[in-house]
Design a protein around this ligand. Sequence first.
Ligand SMILES: Cc1ncc(COP(=O)(O)O)c(C=O)c1O
Length: 483
Amino acid sequence: MTDEVLKKAYDPEFFRQSGHQLVDQLADWLAAVQAGEGKVLRYISPEEVYAYEQSHFSHTVGGVSPNEFFAHYLDQTICLHHPHYIGHQTGVVSPMAALAELAGALLDPGMGVYEQGNVGVVWERLLVRAVAQRMGMNAQQADGVLTSGGTLGNLTALLCARQHQLPGDAWTHGYQGRQFGFLVSEEAHYSVAKAIQAMGMGAAGIVRIPTDETGRMRSEMLKRVHAQAQKQGIEVIGVVANACTTGLGTYDPLEPIADFCEKHSLWLHVDGAHGAAVAFSDKYRSLIRGIERADSVVLDFHKMLMTPTLVTAVIFRRGETSFRTFVQKASYLWAQDEAKEWYNLAKRTWELTKQSMSVRVMALWKIFGPQLFETHVTHLYDVARQCHELLRAAPDFETALDEPQSNILCYRIKPQGVADTQLDQLNMAVRQQLVEEGDFFIVQTRAQGKLWLRSTLINPLTTPHHFAALMDRLRHIADQQRA
Ligand SMILES: Cc1ncc(COP(=O)(O)O)c(C=O)c1O
């Protein structure tokens, strides 16, 4: 019996048959979803889903066909490819990248060391350098790694900043009673604070720089806040800037921030998890002017660049700095602990065994060419601007920004006759109903002291026409809520 199960689990013919069926199933699903058929989400409460799944889980002893299994998964999962998915920044995966992931998942070499990661390791370096070049860095000097997500990417970069900036070796000796910190935008993603606190610098290590109404760092405040921090005994080692912010999608002014960092010998890290992808767009690249002077940058391919989660590039302008982040001994992996072997990636990442990420990006790069990324990013930013114009033209909608900078829009419905004090409550209730109906998916955020509905135009198939339909639905629900 055991032999039979094992044989089937590794049987190439069973794989071939199930694989063909699955690809057919997914292609049919994709065609329907992309045409806007059905719901984006069949919302069911977590308790109900748990109860159902648990009852089937405990009774299942195998015997479910692959077809049945995947049909159930498709039925129960949100459809990011639906043009009415206008919610989080989660990228809409190109089917080719998913196929590449299938190949990467099956071969699953592990990317920690070259002798196992092989060509996937080399692709990482090529991709990181190509992105660095798009950002205006010197590709031969830049280097970096792919890692599992922006959160881990920010930690990896800030660990490197610490190792580079601190007198002495914090990795080995700790802080020895000194208080170090980073100047961080008020609007930084919470993973930045998490990284600083995980590094043991405490809340005092996060020194906030105020932002303006649009969420952009007020770079003219750097000097004063830096001086205050020093007075309080905080030794500042770097600045973390946004390209762009998560909430309102605005870009920090990187040039004056880079000037400040150069003047004070501070490390500049740019969290470009979402918005550094404009490096690929000739039309919008100017939004990140100055990024070429950053010491480190994080960019998520799984947001705007169409790969499955997670694929994050951690880019170092001077590649040799990236070797300083981690110092560890692992004689079973490599012969020389100190050697700067770019091809043994685990010397520079938190992870050891790491997914084959580069294959997902490289498949798109080689099959479609980098113009795929250029076209996609430019298109998303163009469409976001068109949708924003619809909002600005509607007297019953309010927007957080006069003009969007990225493909993130924050807006709210403001029907005539509803007091300002009621608008947060109304918009929250309207969104809740919208999501539970399942015909559209949007999210919400707080900024400028208000609750906003938030949409990221991340699906290449979403048009202003779909967005107008969303606005109509929001109006309709708002009327229902007020009746
Ligand atoms: C600006 C920014 N940084 C970091 C992250 C975290 O990235 P990840 O979800 O890939 O860990 C996000 C996620 O939305 C983000 O918007």
